[in-house]
Design a protein. Structure first.
Length: 428
């Protein structure tokens, strides 16, 4: 009996320690805890908006290519303004800057909802509002990434990155499903309304974080050099740091062709499975379930082996190719659970490789490079994938994304082998 009781006690202790390790950044940092839960709500709202906007554009135009153009217009400012936005982030208080951008995003989304509710929304207006949304996101998204090292201790940064990925990917467990239901039951406008409220909630949460939260981690004021010189400095650091360089290159390829699910999945649901927004939401929810479970597993690890990044990209590509070929809707949902798990693994490893190695005084600029590779590449990828879908079908468009992820992984493996066979390059 004593042995049994002691064994149970040890199991409970081990499970408690595992739980504490998984949620270490949330447990030890009040500031990150506030930010994280606000982000969860905002990410759910964003997925609802993506779902609603995809169906609105398809209803307005009936064109997959025009849906791709809307997504591309939203990301055009990321390519045009991204590096300069990073310079702004490095020069000013990130928390106050993010409060401002979240407020502006809320205003834009509420305007979109008002036009949809009154029946005044048309395709040109959607393009204009999407562009303004993208201008604001060009500053907001890398700023929120840059906030992480200022909200947690260095020992918890890897954990915070993984939890942030869980928030981003795991929110798709509810967001698209709620978005699909909202579109079917009450209309897409309410997806926009709820997302506007979620942006406002993030702004309020950031105001609750003290202004002195690890501000000194940037190592003083940004250098007085002009924006172009500052961007060149950040580019040189990335080029001389193999782990950051390879992660950004792989993310650029995957971001361009693989992560165009808002283009491919509505068409896959409508054309390949003859289903509506509810099934589209279920596919995203399945991916979110896989991302949540695997993301929590990554958060519980003390260290992330970055050498597995290339393998993670290949695995992601294999599962996406499987999703492009599965004929049955139930099997498709099961495959997208695996796609979600593989996606969060790849994204967490790549994000950690960049954020943990970025010098504090250049963090905003380098994370703007990350956001360009992650989101800005949609400017090229969305129209290209939309064109493939229109010409050859949604399955072929999805297959292109799977092939791109495999190629990215092979590129990463080649770079690692080349580095090992030649002179070692010191990270800066």
């Amino acid at each position: 009996m004593r042995v049994t009781k002691m064994t149970k006690k040890r199991v409970r202790t081990r499970n408690f320690r595992s739980t504490v390790t998984t949620f270490a950044s949330l447990h030890r940092s009040r500031d990150f805890r506030i930010f994280f839960f606000a982000q969860v709500g905002s990410n759910i709202g964003t997925w609802m908006q993506i779902t609603g906007l995809s169906w609105v554009v398809l209803d307005l135009t009936g064109s997959a290519s025009k849906l791709g153009v809307v997504l591309a217009v939203e990301t055009l400012p990321v390519l045009l303004l991204g590096p300069f936005a990073g310079t702004v982030i490095d020069r000013y208080d990130v928390r106050r800057l993010t409060v401002t951008t979240q407020t502006v995003l809320a205003v834009i989304v509420v305007a979109l909802a008002a036009l949809q509710l009154t029946g005044q929304l048309n395709y040109p207006t959607t393009l204009m509002l999407s562009f303004l949304f993208g201008v604001t996101l060009a500053i907001d998204s890398p700023a929120r990434q840059t906030l992480l090292p200022e909200l947690v201790d260095a020992r918890d940064l890897s954990n915070a990155i993984a939890m942030n990925a869980v928030s981003l990917n795991g929110s798709s467990l509810l967001g698209p499903a709620l978005g699909g239901l909202a579109v079917a039951w009450v209309g897409a406008a309410w997806c926009f309304v709820l997302n506007g409220l979620s942006f406002a909630a993030v702004a309020v949460a950031l105001l609750a974080i003290p202004t002195d939260a690890r501000r000194s981690s940037k190592g003083g004021a940004a250098p007085a050099a002009g924006p172009a010189a500052g961007i060149a400095d950040a580019f040189r650091v990335v080029a001389r740091t193999p782990v950051m360089r390879d992660a950004l290159l792989m993310m650029a390829l995957v971001g361009t062709f693989t992560y165009e699910f808002p283009v491919t999945l509505p068409l896959l649901a409508r054309d390949s499975f003859e289903a509506g927004p509810t099934f589209y939401g279920l596919l995203f929810a399945a991916a979110g379930a896989g991302a949540t479970v695997w993301g929590l597993r990554l958060a519980g690890q003390q260290d992330h082996d970055r050498e597995t990044l290339a393998n993670a990209s290949v695995i992601l590509g294999v599962f996406v190719l499987a999703g492009a070929s599965v004929p049955h809707p139930v099997a498709e949902i099961a495959v997208f659970v695996l796609v979600g798990a593989a996606s969060v693994r790849f994204m967490t490893l790549a994000n950690a490789a960049v954020l943990e190695n970025a010098p504090p005084q250049l963090r905003g600029r380098i994370m703007s490079f990350w956001y360009i590779c992650f989101q800005g590449t949609t400017l090229v990828g969305a129209p290209a994938v939309g064109y493939v879908a229109a010409a050859m079908g949604a399955r072929w468009a999805l297959a292109v994304g799977g092939g791109a992820a495999i190629c990215a992984g092979l590129l990463g493996r080649w770079s690692q082998q080349r580095e090992r066979s030649g002179p070692r390059t010191l990270s800066v």
